[in-house]
Structure formats: C-alpha cells, structure tokens
Design a protein. Structure first.
Length: 216
C-alpha cells in the first residue's frame, strides 16, 4: 500500500526549514506562521488605541501614536544593527547569534521563521510597554504603545512580504530591493527593513554598484 506523496508546497517548506533544536517541542516553537503576529497584536493595538484616545483626546493621541511609531522604527534599526548582527567569538555566543538571526541569513526564504515567535515577541512587548508606563506614565503609555506595536506589526508583515511576494507598488519594490541587498550584497548595510530612511541618516544605506548605475 503506497503512501501519499507530500505536496510540492509542503516539500518546499520542509526543505526551507532546518532544525534549530534537538528537542521537537523547542523546534516547533521556533516555527511561526505569519498570521500569528496579526492574531496576537491586532486586538492589543486596538485596545491600547481606544484607551489612549480616551485618556489623551484626539490631538494628544495622534501625537503619541506617531511618537510610538517613530520609536519603533529606531528600535527596529538598532536591534537589527547592534543585536541581530553582533557575532561573539565564544561558541555559545555564535550558536545564540545563529538562533536569533543567523539562521535567517543562511535560509532567507524559510517561510516559518520570518516573523518573531510569540515566546520572544510577547515578553519583549510587555517589557517595552512597562518601560513606556514607567517613563511617561499610565495615561500616555497606551497611545504610545499602540503606535509602537503597530510599527512592529507593519515591520513583521513587510519582512514576510518582501521575502515571499513580488511587490507591485514602487514602495514595495524599493523595500524589497534594499532588503535583498542586505541579504545578498552587503549585510552591513540596509538594516531598516520597514524604515530605510534611518540607513540614510546613520550612513548605512546600500549603494548601487557601478554596473547597476550604468544599466539604470
């Protein structure tokens, strides 16, 4: 009795997803469907936005919302540049770096490891929200948090989109081009996945090669 062969899509996913842990449970937890951040963070963002609007009024709410988004874009840039691309000399440090970000560069099209696992994103979200509440107070924190987490969700979805789709808009094509340059041309450039303007400001913008400039 012959067994049913896996579909091409399933086969591609299995080939693209290397094991990260010996433990089956830990390895499964490291694989995340891209819908998971949406399911977790959209209700949280809506709830925080409603609380923020009630406590700050429309002008204050919009200002804090924008501020939260800007704080996220800076966090995205510096986390990617300083934390994700820090490669320690120690063996355990190299292993930790590979788990955090190295695996993504080794297998950039792995569809199950393109968004952050909830086991990491949720504790970090609580940590950042606690920091906002401590520094700005309980009235400002919800609106700022809504902007910050909306920025994070936009980043996560943008990252998945540029790896697994062919964007049709100019902005989408540009974001994809810059991120592919980071992966395949120079990993010390283009750290801003959803906010590439920080690369221009901090001097890490990818430059087009001479042949590309001549052709373009």
């Amino acid at each position: 009795m012959s067994s049913e062969a896996p579909s091409p899509r399933r086969t591609d996913i299995l080939r693209a997803s290397p094991r990260m842990f010996e433990s089956d449970i830990l390895d499964k937890l490291s694989r995340v469907h891209p819908s998971v951040p949406v399911i977790i963070f959209v209700p949280a963002i809506v709830a925080l936005a409603l609380f923020g609007l009630e406590r700050n009024g429309v002008p204050g709410f919009l200002g804090l919302l924008l501020g939260g988004y800007i704080v996220w874009t800076l966090t995205e840039y510096w986390l990617h540049r300083i934390v994700f691309h820090f490669e320690p000399d120690a063996k355990w440090g190299r292993r930790l770096h590979w788990i955090i970000h190295g695996v993504h560069h080794d297998h950039p099209n792995d569809p199950m490891r393109l968004v952050m696992p909830p086991s990491v994103s949720v504790p970090l979200a609580l940590l950042f929200y606690g920091l906002f509440a401590f520094t700005l107070g309980p009235d400002a924190a919800p609106a700022l948090g809504a902007g910050f987490f909306a920025g994070y969700l936009f980043y996560d979805m943008t990252h998945y989109h540029v790896h697994h789709h062919k964007p049709k808009t100019w902005a989408g094509r540009k974001l994809r081009e810059l991120h592919m340059r980071h992966h395949f041309q120079d990993h010390t450039k283009s750290y801003g996945v959803s906010a590439p303007w920080w690369d221009t400001i901090f001097g890490t913008a990818a430059k087009r090669r001479r042949k590309e400039r001549a052709a373009g």
